[in-house]
Design a protein around this ligand. Structure first.
Ligand SMILES: O=P(O)(O)OC[C@H]1O[C@H](OP(=O)(O)OP(=O)(O)O)[C@H](O)[C@@H]1O
Ligand SMILES: Nc1ncnc2[nH]cnc12
Length: 288
């Protein structure tokens, strides 16, 4: 067993990548050098938040023992919830933290596992299945969305296949809305309308049943993650084509580097966590 490392992770602003360093024998090293030299990746077992300086928006540090014979995963802690494009918010509040002090956010963020090179090399896969194993973090995730949407007169929760089917239905039940699945092609048995869209790693088509929603209804779109925003944009287009008003899009995770938020334009997007989509070594030059 190696002695404990001090891990420091911070993000200067919401649109910059996380930087991760570790300290050993009083010397700071970039985490990238650890990853390169030992083929280890790190899992943050827990985190405490400490404000280091005003320009470091969301620092956290944690000390944990590393065992080089074990297979650790990177789980960069996305640290705060953000919203943008909400016409009810003043302009200067775009991308501002909301509920930044909510203690549930850190637990949700640290329950999300990140698997490098899945489903193909270079992708940092944000795995929400570990969040689902953590009953408190899963419940907190649903509660945070329900608290936000319960009084917004929403009659439709549109969940995007596949992982939007996990978070959408409990939100829909709790706020008294119907759940409408937005599915991959050739899965829905009735008449459908379709939209093609591009992904971080491919292309796809989304379909919705004709008649599932009526013109004039107010919808919330739910998914686990926004990357390029292509999926959410397709869902918005599908709903708006039939006259539905999309009140907001809600995701557990946002990958800010991929600028999906910009692709949604004025459409409000609410997320609980920020994740890193690229490998650390793409960003950090080892300092030693
Ligand atoms: O913002 P974007 O670049 O459009 O990417 C986000 C989408 O990608 C993932 O789904 P995926 O298409 O991998 O399908 P799955 O949930 O069925 O695995 C994720 O669950 C989102 O739906
Ligand atoms: N990096 C990522 N992790 C999980 N789901 C994704 N969908 C698109 N990019 C993804």
């Amino acid at each position: 067993m190696q002695p404990g490392f001090s891990i420091l992770c911070f993000q200067a602003s919401a649109d910059l990548p996380f930087l991760v360093f570790y300290q050993r024998k009083g010397v700071m090293h970039a985490a990238a050098s650890l990853l390169n030299s030992s083929n280890l990746s790190l899992r943050f077992a827990s985190q405490t938040q400490t404000r280091l300086s005003p320009w470091i928006a969301a620092p956290s540090s944690v000390r944990l023992p590393l065992n080089r014979s074990q297979n650790y995963r990177i789980a960069l802690p996305p640290l705060h919830s953000t919203v943008s494009g909400d016409s009810t918010q003043p302009q200067q509040m775009a991308s501002a933290d909301v509920k930044a002090q909510d203690p549930r956010i850190a637990g949700i963020s640290s329950a999300i596992r990140v698997i490098p090179d899945f489903p193909k090399p270079g992708i940092m896969f944000q795995d929400i299945t570990t969040l689902l194993l953590d009953t408190k973090a899963f419940r907190d995730t649903i509660d945070l969305f329900v608290e936000r949407y319960k009084d917004k007169n929403i009659s439709v929760v549109a969940g995007i296949e596949a992982r939007g089917f996990i978070f959408g239905p409990p939100i829909a039940l709790a706020i008294g809305a119907k759940f409408v699945p937005m599915r991959k092609p050739k899965k829905l048995p009735g008449e459908v309308i379709s939209e093609e869209y591009s992904l971080e790693y491919g292309k796809d088509v989304m379909e919705m049943h004709v008649g599932a929603v009526q013109a004039g209804e107010r919808a919330l779109i739910v998914d686990d993650l926004v990357a390029t925003g292509g999926t959410l944009s397709a869902a918005i287009r599908l709903l708006e084509r039939v006259g539905v008003h999309v009140v907001e899009c809600a995701c557990v995770i946002e990958l800010p580097e991929l600028k999906g938020r910009e692709r949604l334009g004025e459409k409000p997007l609410f997320v609980l966590s920020l994740g890193l989509c690229s490998k650390l070594e793409n960003f950090i030059k080892p300092s030693d």
